[in-house]
Structure formats: C-alpha cells, structure tokens
Design a protein around this ligand. Structure first.
Ligand code: GDP
Ligand code: MG
Length: 268
C-alpha cells in the first residue's frame, strides 16, 4: 500500500489525499455550516474567493486554519473552479458549494466510489436516495430538459446535470481540458467525461436550502449558457468524427495506392 494512503473509517478503509475545492463569493455567513460537516481526514481545503466584499476569507481562515485561499483572476463559478483545481495537491478532488447546501458527510460516498474504480463520482439529486430543497419548479424543469438532451446527444445515462457536488481523480483534468467561466461548468464536465470515455458513477446526494443570501444563478440566462455549451460540444464531436472519417479514407487511399505500386513493380 502506498504510504500516502490513509485509513478512514469502517465505511471506507483507505483513501489517497483528498482536496476539497470551495468556490465562494460573499459566503461568510454560510461557511460555518460548510466547514462543520467536512470530515477531519481530508488532505486540504482550497477556497477560491470571488472578490468577496464580506469576511469570506477571514472566516474561512478562522474556521480551517490550514485552508489554502486562492483569489480568482476572472469572473464566474467556472473560472473559480478551474483556478481551484489547479491549486489542488490531492489525488482526488471534491467540488463543494459554499452556501451550506452540500452535506460534507456525503464526501465518503464520493471517495468510496472513486477508490472502488470510478474515474468521476457525479452527485445526483434525482438518483434514488437523492433530493433537493433548493430548486424551484422552473429550475427542475430546465435541468431535466437539458439533462435529457445531454443523454440523447452524448449517450449518457444521467439523472441530473447542473449540480455542483462532484468528485474525481485529478488525472481526469488532463482528459477534459476545461475552458469556460460560468455556471455551465458542471455541464461541460459532465459532457467531457462521457466524451473521454471515463468511468462515471452517480452518487445520490441531498441538496439543502442555501442558508443565507440568494443564489447567483439566473435560470434563463444560465440555462441558455448551458444549452450553448451542449450545442458547441455536439458540433465539436461531429467535426471530430468527420476529421477521423476523412483521415481513415486518406489512410485507405494511401494503402490502396501503395498496393497498386507494389503490384505494378511485380508485373514490370
Ligand atoms: N469564487 C466564486 N464563487 C462563485 C461565483 N459564482 C458563484 N459562486 C459560488 O458557487 C456556489 C454556487 O453558487 P450559488 O449562487 O449558490 O448557485 P446555485 O447553487 O446554482 O443556486 C456558491 O458557493 C457561490 O458562492 C464566482 O463568480 N466566483
Ligand atoms: Mg446554491
């Protein structure tokens, strides 16, 4: 057993170092609830501050003295998460929102799935055993419609799409090459892991109500951004297929030409 693996509990025998990434923009009041449920055995917490104007950073440092605080340079949750992923030193990365909606006690289920062979442990509020107290009817409807499109277009079998509680082995980052800025980040990850042929396991998760403040997500604006990402990933996939098809035809042409040449050589 590698020395960096550490024993956990009766639920999970061992785990490699786990980094928790928390994107936070003005979440000082919610952080006590977030940190309260994080397990003691995690390797590090990376908090990505979105230029908060409240005491988010000070509160985080007080609650978790070893917290790694990273200031994001750009804007948006996607930009924050990409910045956070780069700052992680663990083998496993878990994405956790800072609004008090995620229960840290679920982390063990995500990590267990990864240690047992999954590449990507994808939280789902609509898998058996999951739930949400935080989604309006319109958000549920939009999420369902977008999830259905992703399943049809990319051959996925997801029960949830736009959910921020997920975990993965860091090697996945090399295969999904993230490039987006906003709330569409989760959709982009979910599509790219399927396209990369990574092994995905859904983890039933319960999303609690945001404790203080209001959501930064705007259903229509961000729904359209998600749809645009789906369409872009779809057309990239078509272009890739066309390219590999024409490369195959080129290869066949070249092989046929060289066979013709060698037959000519034998005849002459
Ligand atoms: N650093 C950073 N965090 C953000 C940004 N936008 C949203 N977040 C965080 O992302 C998480 C989810 O955002 P939230 O507003 O609750 O959206 P919802 O969960 O989809 O309703 C929260 O922890 C926010 O503080 C941003 O631009 N920068
Ligand atoms: Mg939220």
């Amino acid at each position: 057993m590698s020395a960096k693996y550490r024993p956990i509990s009766s639920h999970l025998a061992i785990t490699p170092p786990v980094s928790i990434v928390i994107p936070a923009m003005n979440e000082a009041e919610n952080l006590p609830y977030v940190f309260k449920t994080l397990p003691a055995w995690i390797h590090e917490v990376v908090l990505v501050d979105g230029n908060s104007t409240d005491d988010t950073v000070e509160v985080a440092r007080e609650l978790w003295p070893g917290v790694k605080v990273v200031e994001q340079q750009g804007k948006g949750k996607g930009d924050a998460l990409i910045t956070g992923f780069e700052a992680c030193s663990g083998d496993i990365i878990v994405m956790v929102d800072a609004d008090g909606s995620a229960d840290g006690n679920e982390i063990v289920s995500y990590v267990s799935a990864l240690v047992s062979g999954a590449d990507f442990a994808k939280g789902s509020r609509f898998a058996n055993g999951g739930g949400t107290d935080d989604m309006t009817f319109i958000r549920k409807l939009g999420n369902w419609a977008l999830c259905t499109i992703v399943n049809r277009k990319f051959g996925a079998r997801y029960t949830d799409l736009c959910y921020g509680y997920n975990a993965f082995w860091r090697h996945c980052l090399d295969k999904i090459d993230l490039d987006c800025t906003g709330f569409e980040i989760e959709t982009l990850i979910n599509i790219r892991v399927v396209k990369a042929g990574l092994k995905v396991q859904e983890i039933p998760s319960h999303e609690y109500l945001r404790i203080h403040g209001t959501s930064n997500l705007r259903a229509v604006r961000d729904g359209i951004r998600v749809l645009k990402v789906i369409l872009k990933e779809r057309s990239n996939r078509r272009a890739l297929r066309r390219r590999s098809h024409s490369t195959m035809i080129d290869g066949l042409d070249r092989r046929r030409d060289s066979q013709v040449d060698s037959v000519r050589g034998e005849v002459s």
